[in-house]
Design a protein around this ligand. Structure first.
Ligand code: CA
Length: 349
């Protein structure tokens, strides 16, 4: 019911002014920046073994904006969702296929067909040498039943959940070690891109960020392979990556200006933005400001409440340093619910 016609003219004027007073600051805040993006790092990996469909479904339910997929190829060129090129820190491959390790003692996804990979049981991440869990308070190791999924299976899961919930959760696929894959005779990017297109991820308007740690591949994706969606350059804490990417140079004003000709954002290690001294006081770099000057979004990794950065006093201090002081655009988090709760309490979501 419209009550304004029953109000005297003066009251209507006061109500209009109140509305303006309420709406203007909200518009100004929105114009300043979009609400921060919450990226479920390997799914809800703080609660469920990483990269399983169960971890993705849980992250979707917890309210993540994007779900991350790390991608490696099987022997028969099927992209599977797995953090490492190795299988031995998250599966029972050493028990099921003891003869299939390479000379370095490791088991590589690329040496197994999809049919073989599907025989493996996924578990919470453990140290392959000691058998000890990497995150002792998380899901217990070697319990229940989880599988490695293909990229396509995960895209169908997200498509299905988006349909049944009415939400629009995006994807954040990472091309893992493309240079290594090519040395082994496999071109992972050429396999992944058609699948992304098939599921409707093709332009910058689509809910997808493609990410990679290798600068040569980021350039290749844009210039040679025709990727027209959003693209994020990941940077490690160390100066130079295994493939030769110079992360230190990439983090300078000149490096970022050049990067902005192909990429839409950066995904730096948190320590490239903020570090803490022994007293728990943060020191900030100028990386976020430099990236924003080039219109690059900044999505650092990774918030882990059970493994805070060195000397960082608390999860709250970490979120505050990143979102309040540094004004990042989004974050990779193992704990979607904790990050969302902080953002809501800070009234930026
Ligand atoms: Ca990743």
């Amino acid at each position: 019911m419209n009550v304004s016609k029953f109000l005297p003219a003066g009251a209507r004027f006061v109500r209009a002014r109140l509305l303006v007073l309420l709406i203007l600051p909200a518009c100004a805040a929105l114009a300043q920046s979009a609400p921060p993006t919450v990226i479920a790092h390997r799914g809800a990996s703080g609660y469920v073994p990483e990269h399983t469909l169960e971890a993705k479904a849980y992250a979707h339910a917890l309210g993540a904006d994007f779900l991350e997929q790390d991608l490696v190829l099987t022997k028969d060129d099927v992209p599977v969702v797995l953090h490492d090129i190795h299988l031995d820190t998250v599966t029972d491959v050493a028990q099921k296929f003891p003869q299939r390790k390479r000379a370095d003692g490791r088991f590589y996804a690329l040496d197994f067909t999809l049919a073989e990979v599907k025989q493996l049981k996924v578990t919470e991440r453990f140290n392959a040498k000691t058998g000890e869990p990497v995150f002792p308070k998380r899901f217990p190791a070697h319990r229940s039943t989880f599988q490695i999924s293909t990229l396509e299976e995960e895209l169908q899961l997200i498509e299905g959940l988006n349909r049944s919930t009415g939400r629009k959760v995006g994807i954040y696929p990472e091309i893992k070690q493309p240079k290594w894959h090519r040395v082994q005779g496999h071109d992972i990017s050429r396999v992944v891109l058609p699948l992304l297109h098939k599921y409707g991820y093709a332009t910058k308007a689509d809910p997808c960020f493609l990410q990679c740690f290798e600068l040569a591949e980021v350039r290749r994706l844009r210039n040679e392979l025709g990727w027209r969606g959003r693209l994020v350059m990941l940077t490690e804490a160390k100066a130079v990556g295994a493939d030769g990417t110079d992360y230190a140079a990439l983090s300078t004003a000149a490096g970022l200006r050049d990067l902005a000709t192909v990429a839409d954002g950066i995904g730096p290690a948190i320590s490239r933005i903020v570090t803490w001294n022994a007293a728990g006081q943060p020191t900030f770099t100028d990386l976020v400001a430099l990236a924003h000057a080039e219109k690059l979004v900044v999505h650092p990794y990774t918030i882990r409440t059970d493994e805070l950065p060195k000397h960082c006093p608390s999860s709250d201090a970490l979120h505050s340093a990143l979102f309040k002081e540094s004004r990042i655009d989004g974050v990779f988090t193992d704990f979607t619910d904790v990050t969302l709760a902080w953002l809501r309490a800070a009234k930026v979501r």
